[in-house]
Design a protein around this ligand. Structure first.
Ligand code: SAH
Length: 253
């Protein structure tokens, strides 16, 4: 199934959130990963300017968020619900690891709507809420400090979901493409650069042709580690040409 359709079937349910800022952070975490269906069970304060501020560009998710009186209401119509719990519970399903549980979530999203259920900032999920879920997830953490901020926990799960939905290769935005990149240099352009280096280094006395040592192989290795672009070759050759003219070895000399 198309990844976007799968992502649209995933609800993020926040049970009794206390801080509106965390609701905003959760909306932002969801939108960055392509999720959109936010459900709030009895939020203490919502809507709230603090939620809007923390959501920044994800205010549309807050506007569309549905508010429910109880968890069963928020889960109506879903085929699977997974609880997020920072600690082991006596009652409720045994906790699994995020990746394994996200794989199950996406598999079941092929059948219908599914939900991730997050707890209150102070007390987490109640036993009753956990028992409404089919499975539980604990994000592995430092055993001595295991509780993530609510918004951060939503982010970790949404990222795992996106990775799994796109089989590890989500399309990346063109923001990552360097705007001033030039085409890659060709083999002969690189050879031209090395020849230029060799002659300027010889003329300036830095390289002794009788005892060249490993200088040229080292320079080849240095530039081989990076993928030089045409513009970069031009800059380096420009520097070499300027050096040559200042040292009296320029074309006019
Ligand atoms: N003190 C609470 C934690 C509240 S953090 C407790 O001990 O349960 C708010 C919510 O973020 C949690 O209810 C849970 O849904 C989620 N969360 C935080 N850290 C988590 C972790 N390590 N693994 C899974 N969920 C976590």
């Amino acid at each position: 199934m198309n990844p976007e359709l799968l992502l649209s079937r995933i609800r993020v349910v926040l049970c009794r959130p206390t801080h509106p800022g965390n609701i905003g952070a959760a909306a932002r975490a969801m939108k960055t990963m392509g999720l959109a269906d936010l459900r709030l069970v009895a939020p203490r304060t919502f809507p709230d300017p603090e939620a809007d501020a923390r959501a920044t560009g994800a205010v549309d998710l807050l506007e569309r968020a549905k508010i429910h009186d109880s968890l069963p209401d928020a889960l109506a119509g879903t085929v699977l619900a997974i609880a997020l719990s920072a600690r082991r519970r006596d009652l409720g399903p045994p906790p699994g690891a995020p990746r394994e549980m996200v794989a199950r979530l996406l598999m079941e999203a092929e059948q219908g709507d599914v939900a991730l259920v997050f707890g209150n900032e102070t007390v987490g999920l109640t036993n009753e809420e956990i028992q409404r879920c089919h499975a539980a997830v604990t994000i592995p953490t430092n055993p001595e400090f295991s509780s993530l901020n609510l918004g951060a926990a939503v982010q970790v799960l949404c990222y795992e979901i996106r990775m799994a939905a796109y089989a590890g290769l989500p399309p990346i935005t063109d923001l990552l493409v360097t705007p001033f990149a030039s085409p890659l240099a060709t083999h002969d352009e690189l050879e031209g650069l090395f020849a230029h280096f060799e002659s300027v280094m010889t003329e300036t006395g830095f390289l002794n042709p009788a005892q060249p040592g490993r200088l040229m192989p080292k320079l080849r290795r240095l530039f081989g580690r990076t993928r030089l672009e045409k513009d970069e070759i031009n800059i380096l050759r420009g520097i070499l040409a300027a050096t040559r003219s200042r040292t009296g070895h320029g074309r006019k000399a």
